[in-house]
Write a new protein. Structure first.
Length: 275
């Protein structure tokens, strides 16, 4: 599933291609993408809108239009966006939608598992909608050690589960939580409310470091994630623990172990990350 670094990579690559462009024609071929709204009605509403900015909030892509409406895209498990500069994009059975821009180029949305969503919001609806679902941006100024300490206080959930909760901090998923906890030398099962002040500082630093590395490598391509030009990320070659059961910890050489935390497969070093 694309997490913050993957969505941010898509945003950065797509933004110069769509900003200032008008949605000339929109085809949405999958009613699941827009439900409960009729995909044809949503497509008609989108036609004629001009993109003011392409932004990201947590794992959401936010297409802001000049009318102050916004299209909120969540890629969920397997969604991806590609840009083709001219002519019809190649046939693809998993294509769910195509936006033709006013310069003749196409942005195609592909989704194998079909969990992704497109939601058109009217002016004023975007910020309240996002505020309910997302804590602060982990790379922004609002995400401080103090904020994290407040959010983890009194929580009995495992630290891994608390960090997967988008209301704690937005944008983390299974990969980057495991990497963040390895940097922080924290055990994924540690109850979130029991972290000492120094451990909260380590978690805060670990989250930022894991995400910054992910962005620097254009995200991780495990299965379906592609950059808009059809390329791959390279973060999958840089993992310290994620998916590396039995391989040596890059810091101490101890074999990485796999467990379950927050309902997810979880990798950690039993020597560096003690409970
Ligand atoms: Zn280790």
């Amino acid at each position: 599933m694309p997490e913050l670094p993957e969505v941010e990579t898509i945003r950065a690559q797509l933004a110069p291609l769509v900003e200032g462009r008008r949605f000339e024609r929109v085809e949405i071929g999958d009613p699941r993408l827009t439900r409960p709204h009729d995909p044809r009605e949503v497509a008609l509403e989108l036609e004629g809108e001009t993109v003011a900015a392409l932004e990201r909030r947590g794992k959401y892509l936010v297409v802001r239009f000049e009318t102050d409406r916004a299209l909120l895209i969540h890629l969920r498990m397997t969604g991806s966006l590609t840009h083709a500069s001219s002519g019809a994009p190649a046939e693809d059975p998993y294509r769910r939608a195509v936006v033709t821009l006013d310069n003749g180029s196409d942005v195609a949305y592909r989704d194998v598992r079909r969990f992704g969503t497109w939601l058109l919001l009217e002016p004023g609806e975007l910020d309240p909608y996002l505020a309910v679902k997302n804590g602060p941006e982990p790379l922004g100024a609002d995400f401080t050690t103090r904020f994290l300490r407040e959010r983890l206080r009194n929580r009995t959930a495992p630290l891994k589960a608390a960090l997967l909760d988008q209301r704690t901090v937005a944008g983390l998923g299974n990969i980057y939580v495991d990497e963040a906890l390895w940097f922080a030398r924290l055990h994924p099962h540690q109850p979130a409310g029991t972290l000492a002040a120094e451990q909260v500082r380590a978690a805060h630093r670990g989250v930022r470091r894991a995400l910054e590395r992910g962005i620097a490598h254009q995200g991780a391509t495990l299965r379906d994630y592609r950059t808009p030009d059809g390329g791959s990320g390279s973060m999958q070659h840089e993992f310290n623990v994620y998916g590396r059961e039995g391989e040596p910890c890059p810091r101490c050489g101890t074999p990485i172990e796999k467990t379950r935390a927050g309902g997810r497969g979880t990798w950690y070093c039993p020597a560096c990350q003690r409970l």
